[in-house]
Design a binder for this molecule. Structure first.
Ligand code: GDP
Ligand code: ZN
Length: 312
């Protein structure tokens, strides 16, 4: 399910009340107390929030009053169409606002975790975002078959999966990005920076090689950043590159939302004898019955309980 929206920033008419120029813009990077904002004319400006709160995420649309050539005050937060975030028991971490699609990068090697993959898909489903899985490093044959096999279960559920080698040619991804605001997520090491660099030449999302060359030993994508994609191949597309994830906490989701995020559970949801069924040992559980009937993969059922574990 995708929510289609007009997300292009539009200039609003200049105010009659004062000399300050008023714009709507889109946040391309959030640095905590200040933001990089893309204006409708293609310029980037530094935006400062009013007051102490700075609740904005990369991709947020805001109204601004331009104060000088390169600075502006953020005066209003424009409505969000989606908000992707993760959380643990202590805090929430905004990932991106107004995205229409999540592009999840996995690789033939190093091995990706099913748990993180499932959690990301759940978060996307709950926000109503489209999803696309990219199997990167398809040139590394040794583990290709195995990676494909692991993803086959998700393909069967209807998830779109494409294979490519970001190192050789990432252009196969571009048509999928046209007209979408895509959030690029993945475990570190999957080749996300290589992919971003290949799609967006000016992106300075340095690859690990670069950071290693600088001897920092640390991956350099430490905050989310929004890029405009090349018009010719991905018209109107924007890409939000996120720091590599090692975990995707879903403690902000209710048990019911988690269940909704498992697309294979949906046809059976609400058919258990008990309305508050946790799909464990209750009698007449429609989810367990579906597992036994081969309609839900046992692996997915186990994964669901592993993720739900903290909530039960
Ligand atoms: P990130 O942590 O997800 O941003 O991953 P990087 O882009 O830094 O890539 C991790 C490592 O995988 C680097 O050594 C890349 O050169 C390598 N890599 C990325 N894409 C490919 C690919 O398509 N094929 C191969 N063979 N290696 C790749
Ligand atoms: Zn049940």
């Amino acid at each position: 399910m995708s929510k289609k929206n007009a997300h292009a920033p539009v200039a609003v008419e200049a105010s009659n009340a004062g000399p300050a120029e008023k714009y709507e813009g889109i946040i391309t990077a959030a640095f905590g107390r200040h933001y990089e904002v893309l204006l409708p004319d293609g310029r980037h400006i530094t935006g400062f929030p009013r007051g102490k709160k700075s609740p904005y995420a990369c991709g947020d649309r805001v109204a601004l009053e331009v104060a000088s050539a390169d600075q502006a005050q953020i005066t209003r937060h424009l409505p969000r169409t989606s908000l992707l975030y993760r959380s643990d028991d202590y805090r929430e971490k905004l990932i991106a606002a107004n995205a229409t699609q999540v592009v999840l990068v996995v690789a033939t090697e190093p091995s990706f975790t099913d748990d993180l993959l499932a959690r990301t898909l759940v978060a996307a489903e709950v926000e109503g975002l489209r999803t696309l899985i990219v199997l990167n490093k398809a040139d590394l044959n040794e583990h290709l078959a195995q990676a494909r096999e692991r993803l086959a279960m998700l393909a069967k559920l209807g998830y779109r999966i494409i294979e490519l080698s970001a190192k050789e040619d990432a252009s196969a991804l571009l048509p999928y990005l046209a007209g979408e605001i895509s959030v690029l997520v993945g475990q570190s090491g999957m080749g996300k920076s290589t992919l971003t660099n290949s799609l967006i030449p000016e992106a300075r999302a340095a690859t690990r090689e670069i950071s290693e060359a600088l001897d920092s030993g640390k991956h350099t994508t430490t905050y989310a950043r929004l890029y405009e994609l090349p018009q010719e191949q991905a018209s109107g597309g924007k890409l939000i590159d996120c720091p590599g994830l090692q975990e995707f906490g879903l403690s902000h989701l209710s048990f019911g939302q988690l269940e909704e995020g498992f697309v294979d559970f949906r046809p059976h949801s609400g058919h258990c004898r008990f309305r508050d069924c946790r799909h464990q040992n209750e009698p007449d559980c429609a989810i367990k019955a579906a597992v036994e009937a081969g309609q839900i993969e046992p692996k997915r059922y186990e994964l669901f309980h592993r993720i739900a574990g903290a909530k039960c």
